[in-house]
Design a protein around this ligand. Structure first.
Ligand SMILES: Nc1ncnc2c1ncn2[C@@H]1O[C@H](COP(=O)(O)OP(=O)(O)OP(=O)(O)O)[C@@H](O)[C@H]1O
Length: 326
């Protein structure tokens, strides 16, 4: 018996018009593991999840889920997995309870068992009080919790979640995090989660792969990934781009490890707290004082910045404009 829930080898997915959405990625997810696929908009996360859940055929490469090949045995895979995708077509005139019971009946539960399962799930995702309200009246956060519960009806071994918290406010995001964590820790459900929020991957996942432009650019636990960056990260912003450029020259004797993006200079150093006052004094003396400075241990955004030369966070914020209130 294999203890690999998911094995992906050299997966390629190309769409019409030569759009290379996924360009030869390989990774494995173990049974019971919480795995996060982190990347900006358009990186290839949804495409990958759709191949793994048998909704899209791969162009090439090999993919097995729960030991079954996606091309040869999609039916067996569908029995073992639960899938919550970004767009779900739910009838707004039905109640949460009705939808859960209907889903249970579709999975072959008797009427009596379907009722019990619906109640269990409403309790699990803290929707018991709203179970008899029409879904059309649910808030964004409640809808996401219902989406999550709908894919748990048949007690899947592996759960696929495609950006389950995109557009949610922090309160609802945290509520979803708690629920997913419980599923993983208490029920041993393997989780494959895609997200554009580094904090989400950081907080939840045992292991993270960062995907950018269809390729995996870094993999490991959050700790391992951050260790690749170095000890401390100093961010300095300046009034003008030329000042940042000049500051880089001025500070080059302290570190050669830096990034320069839009008037912001990021320095990777050991012993940042010790060096920072001297650096600021030097910049002052040169007539280019920073307008803001920040010293912090590395984040996953720093990992992303190092491997791609771009920030992950800024892109995520742009997509978050239409925030859904609780
Ligand atoms: N059905 C399709 N036909 C053509 N191109 C597609 C199709 N689906 C996705 N793409 C393209 O493939 C690339 C990867 O898209 P994908 O949706 O997998 O990214 P993503 O990481 O999930 O992004 P997001 O965070 O915005 O959901 C993008 O360039 C996208 O435009």
């Amino acid at each position: 018996m294999s203890n690999q829930a998911i094995v992906v080898e050299d997966l390629v997915k190309t769409f019409k018009g030569d759009v290379k959405a996924v360009q030869g990625i390989s990774f494995e997810v173990e049974d019971g593991e919480f795995f996060a696929f982190l990347g900006p908009n358009g990186a290839g996360k949804s495409t990958t999840i759709q191949v793994l859940t048998t909704l899209l055929n791969p162009t090439s490469g090999s993919v097995t889920v729960s030991g079954f090949d996606v091309g040869k045995d999609p039916i067996s895979i569908r029995r073992e997995i639960g899938v919550a995708l970004q767009e779900t077509g739910i009838d707004p005139s039905l109640t949460g309870r009705e939808l859960l019971e209907m889903q249970a009946r579709l999975f072959g539960f008797s009427k009596h068992d379907a009722k019990n399962r619906a109640q269990e799930l409403l309790d699990l995702i803290h929707l018991a009080e709203d179970g008899d309200r029409k879904v059309g009246k649910y808030s964004g956060g409640m809808r996401r919790r219902l989406d999550l519960s709908l894919c748990l009806v048949h007690r899947p071994k592996i759960l696929f979640l495609d950006e389950p918290t995109t557009g949610l406010d922090p309160y609802n995001r945290n509520a979803i995090w708690d629920e997913i964590r419980t599923l993983n820790r208490e029920f041993g459900t393997t989780i494959f989660l895609t997200t554009q929020y580094l904090e989400e991957a950081d907080q939840l996942a045992d292991r993270i792969s960062i995907i950018n432009k269809g390729k995996i650019v870094a993999s490991g636990s959050s700790q391992q990934l951050k260790k690749t960056v170095g000890m401390d990260v100093i961010d300095l912003s300046f009034q003008q781009n030329e000042d940042a450029e000049k500051a880089k020259e001025v500070l080059s004797s302290w570190t050669k490890d830096y990034r320069l993006t839009n008037g912001e200079l990021t320095l990777y150093v050991d012993n940042g707290a010790y060096l920072l006052p001297d650096m600021v004094r030097k910049l002052d003396k040169e007539g280019i004082p920073p307008i803001s400075l920040n010293l912090a241990p590395p984040t996953l955004d720093d990992v992303f910045l190092q491997v791609t030369g771009e920030h992950l966070e800024e892109k995520a914020v742009i997509k978050q404009e239409g925030v859904v209130s609780p």
